[in-house]
Design a protein around this ligand. Structure first.
Ligand SMILES: Cc1ncc(COP(=O)(O)O)c(C=O)c1O
Length: 433
């Protein structure tokens, strides 16, 4: 009798009580097809699925697990915190320690408010920016994801003039009123002329510009220096709040986040993922002058029963302690670059158009000749080749993000032996493409 595939059995069961069988859509493998792997356990750079097959994990929970799965030091910190209850709904000293550490690592953050997800962080930062400026309009960039708050789920129309006309916006999700997205302008990433044009026309109405300072939700896309400089100077000139959404890049691309690599001082920063070490923990923070508009000091309301949760704080604090140790980012960056060089060499051997990029522990690879610089360019890469490669790698025991529009993530546990295994798997897979 054929052995039952436990992933398939679980997926079938899950779909009866959970919409699509998953609690976050991209886990469903819709872009690549096939059955999602149900995780039974994980350790270091690996996880094991319901069939007890081992995979090298190159998603690491979409970023947070930078010190490896079930890192013993983080596990011990969490266990200790859990012994004295999971939640109090009253302040703790640990929250102050975490806030102090974040402010020390990211000097643009003078004060910080903790929340439980990246979505909450960006949603709250936008409300704060609107409350602070007394304006409604926000600018986001095509291909950047900032969580699923209503006003951020907007697709752009086509053509520069349409981009600048928010009445043409189509929400990219059902259930989002047109009335809300009319306050969101969507511009192309890396397009200096587009943002200059919008500020020229509507600069006095813009509350905030929100950006992924290194985009990771349309694969990995880096901004040009000129683009960042234009955004910083235009927002400052017109009194708009610059929000760096570092939910993904914060503590992942460098200890001080993307802003430390780019030399940009944003007004507000959103954090998540790594700062909670895999626990539901996120934050937004920035200039004291802006943060003091938040309740209970100011009139911008924001709250959360589980905000600053003590178990999540313990995981976050320990993770930040580990990543602050000397040599951590040199090692992580070097290992990630080595992985990318290996993948590129394996593709070249097989004459497959393939490009790679990485910053710190975040990487992108593209089935195209050049590293793309916009959402449009990413969509022109060979998505069919990606899908085949994804499944071949999965068979080889390497778990990549199940979408060509996502960045990948390494951890400090991805050592040379693990990298060699991934590169051998890629060589085998490219041969079969
Ligand atoms: C840049 C960015 N901002 C915000 C979010 C939303 O965070 P969460 O999924 O924790 O709500 C994400 C999630 O991937 C993200 O990558």
């Amino acid at each position: 009798m054929a052995k039952v595939d436990q992933n398939e059995a679980l997926f079938e069961r899950a779909q009866k009580t959970i919409p699509g069988g998953v609690n976050s859509p991209v886990r469903a493998f819709r872009q690549v097809g096939g059955t999602p792997r149900f995780v039974a356990k994980a350790k270091g750079p690996y996880f094991w699925d319901a069939n007890d097959k081992r995979y090298i994990d190159l998603i690491m929970s979409w970023g947070p697990m930078i010190v490896g799965h079930a890192n013993p030091e983080v596990v011990a910190a969490v266990q200790k915190a859990a012994e004295t209850s999971f939640s109090y709904g009253a302040p703790t000293e640990g929250e102050i320690e975490l806030a102090e550490r974040i402010c020390a690592l990211m000097p643009s953050v003078e004060q910080v408010r903790m929340v439980s997800s990246g979505t909450e962080a960006t949603m709250s930062a936008l409300r704060l920016a609107r409350g602070y400026t007394g304006r409604d309009l926000i600018i986001k960039f095509e291909g950047c994801y900032h969580g699923h708050a209503d006003s951020l789920l907007v697709k752009a129309g086509s053509g520069l003039l349409t981009f600048a006309d928010s009445t043409q916006n189509a929400p990219s999700s059902g259930g989002v009123p047109q009335d809300l997205v009319k306050h969101t302008l969507v511009l192309p990433y890396n397009d200096v002329a587009a943002i200059e044009e919008v500020f020229k026309k509507q600069g006095d109405q813009i509350a905030a510009v929100i950006i992924e300072p290194i985009a990771g939700n349309m694969n990995l896309i880096q901004p040009s220096k000129a683009f960042l400089a234009a955004i910083r100077s235009l927002t400052a000139k017109h009194g708009a709040v610059l929000i760096y959404d570092e939910v993904m890049t914060g503590f992942r691309v460098a200890l001080g986040g993307a802003q430390s690599l780019q030399g940009i001082t944003p007004d507000l920063t959103c954090l998540g993922k790594v700062m909670g070490g895999g626990m539901p923990m996120a934050a937004f923070g920035g200039k004291k002058e802006i943060m003091s508009k938040l309740a209970p000091l100011g009139n911008v309301y924001q709250a959360g029963t589980l905000s600053g949760n003590p178990v999540a704080v313990a995981a976050g604090l320990k993770t930040l302690e580990i990543i602050s140790r000397e040599g951590f980012y040199e090692c992580l960056t070097g290992q990630t670059e080595k992985l990318m060089t290996g993948l590129k060499a394996a593709a070249d051997k097989n004459n497959i158009p393939f490009a790679v990029d990485s910053v710190g522990g975040m990487f992108g690879f593209y089935f195209t000749d050049h590293v793309p610089t916009s959402f449009e360019a990413v969509t022109k890469s060979n998505i069919d080749a990606f899908k085949k490669f994804f499944h071949l790698m999965l068979d080889e025991g390497v778990y990549l993000a199940p979408s060509a529009y996502e960045a990948g993530f390494t951890s400090i546990a991805h050592d040379n032996a693990v990298l060699d295994e991934i590169i051998t798997a890629a060589e085998n897979s490219f041969k079969k493409l």
